[in-house]
Design a protein around this ligand. Sequence first.
Ligand code: PLP
Length: 372
Amino acid sequence: MDFEKIRSDFPLLSRFTYLDTASSGAISRQVHKSIVDFIDKWLYEGEDWDRVIKDVVEARRIFSSMVGVKGDEVALVPNTSTGLIAAVSSVKWRNESNIVLAEHNFPTNFNVFSAAVRNGLVKEVRVARYIDGRIPIEEYEKLIDENTQIVSVDLVGWLTGYREDLKTITKLAHERGAIVLSDIFHAAGALPLNLRDLDVDIAVCGSYKWLLAPSGAALLYVKKELLDTVLTNCWTGWIGVEDSVVERMINGETRLFERPLPLLYSRPSSSASRYEWGSWAGLTVVGLTESLRFFQKLDMNLSWRRIQKLSSKLVDELVEKDFQIFSPLDEDRRSGIVSLVLRNSYDVAEILSRSKIIVSARPGILRISVDF
Ligand SMILES: Cc1ncc(COP(=O)(O)O)c(C=O)c1O
């Protein structure tokens, strides 16, 4: 695979030393063109709404094959946080239940579940903490009990870049009757993934980082078996119901509004589409779908190996220069994110940006993200 050629389709990468995919991914000329073509057509001929719906279906299909699940287990939602809330809001809570989170999860995760406690749905949130640079499985063993309903662990930590051993965690959680939710925003698009193999129950991934697409969309995976068993309190809008316009289109109908739409007696779609509550951001959808077509052609194993090689080289050189690495040093826990402990990280990021090196500063941390 010729990565130099691939990179040449992303103008940002030749103009800057761009090491900030964990904030926002570069977009390709092809993604840019799909959006420009769509809006040009819109200007003169009106919005090509049918195209948006077709691309939604295509995006679900490609993403599902990227992460090893079925097309009807994936929904396209407006952003990661909304996807997370959509799925969590359909859980039927038991009395006295608790939630177990990983310390490295993104704030949305903490905020959603602390709201669940505040609103009286959940009794308690427990946090699995790092010990010597790892969250040992014993930490989860200690926290997950028969009252745990959800174990929510980001596959890759947004600040630490810590890549969690989800398979071991899902096994433990399932043995104790809990389901596992994972934010895979810093994993999908960076490393090969098989969610079925990991046995994760719910996963969500936004469009605008490692999937190299515009913001305004996220892909939500929900294991089919959970839809009317564990996730029974589902809210729907006009899209996520049986016989919605999207289902009509998929079934080959062309006059989508000829028959009345489902009203009072509507039922949630039998697929993950039930979490798609309303219209999509068309411009984002066409850009995202184009980017997913790129990933369909990319050899993810080779791309991941390249990311691993580059990030290892970076870690080795930083260690040699006595920088304190915040990210894990063990190979089996590393991702595309390499963070350093740096008190004046904002100053350093600003100085680097003057030399066209783009990284991001977070409190006391300089985050460098390495893509292909
Ligand atoms: C791991 C992770 N999850 C979620 C988000 C927020 O995603 P969204 O804005 O799509 O809700 C971020 C943003 O940085 C993130 O890093």
